[in-house]
Write a new protein. Structure first.
Length: 234
């Protein structure tokens, strides 16, 4: 691709960095009310559940769940607002009403169906699958996708965008890795979004997130066979 002509492809060179994001690069989640923090620790009996909070109460739900000892992630970004006549940077939720909870099936069920204090929470359902009761099961996101999503959004850049596919003018099908800068380690596809070259991260059935502008020199193509071989180990 001419637009990525100066990107290293890895042919005849050392392999690019691993596709898997190291869990220790993921920041601890912290309750805004009590300061209680919970570290993300991958375990076989847990999954990333997507919860929906009504009326913008995702932060309230996050505080409750964190104080119960469960890891929660809400993607945020900074925006500029005028407060008392002055410009200030404040945080807002990148995907409104959505929080991601890393927990067991039993604990997720407890939060959604058996915790009166969280009565405003519901599952975000998987509309592409049917369970034994002929219903859509709760949506879960793979650890690989979720870890990549967290690395892409944990810096809370004001230039992050939650986008539709129609807003992304993809430059090709290659999966790339950002090798320098604020978004180092993020993997996705290169696209022009709002007139700028960015890397777009996919979160299955939830949506697409575009980074801020990424210079071509910070982008490395991951060879297709290397992606496949690494993914098979996850």
């Amino acid at each position: 691709m001419s637009t990525l002509s100066n990107v290293e492809t890895g042919r005849g060179q050392a392999k690019p960095p691993s596709v898997r994001v190291a869990p220790d690069t993921i920041p601890e989640a912290k309750s805004s009310r009590t300061g209680v923090s919970v570290k993300y620790v991958p375990t076989p009996d847990k999954n990333w559940y997507v919860f929906r909070a009504s009326y913008g109460r995702e932060d309230k739900a996050s505080d409750y769940i964190l104080e119960d000892g469960t890891f929660v992630y809400i993607a945020k970004r900074y925006i500029r607002k005028t407060v008392n006549g002055k410009q200030k940077k404040v945080q807002e939720t990148l995907i409104p009403n959505i929080l991601f909870v890393y927990t067991s099936k039993e604990k997720a069920e407890e939060y959604i169906k058996h915790t009166p204090a969280l009565s405003y929470l519901t599952y975000y359902y998987n509309h592409f699958e049917i369970d034994d009761d002929l219903k859509n099961p709760p949506l879960t996101v793979s650890c690989k996708e979720m870890e990549n999503f967290i690395i892409a959004t944990c810096n809370k850049s004001e230039h992050l965008k939650f986008v539709e596919e129609s807003q992304c003018h993809f430059k090709g099908g290659e999966i790339v890795k950002v090798i320098d800068g604020l978004f180092k380690g993020v993997e996705g596809r290169v696209a022009r979004v709002s007139g700028q070259q960015r890397v777009v991260v996919t979160l299955s059935q939830v949506g697409l997130v575009a980074t801020a502008y990424i210079p071509t020199a910070f982008i490395q193509i991951i060879e297709k066979h290397e992606v496949d071989s690494i993914s098979s180990k996850i």
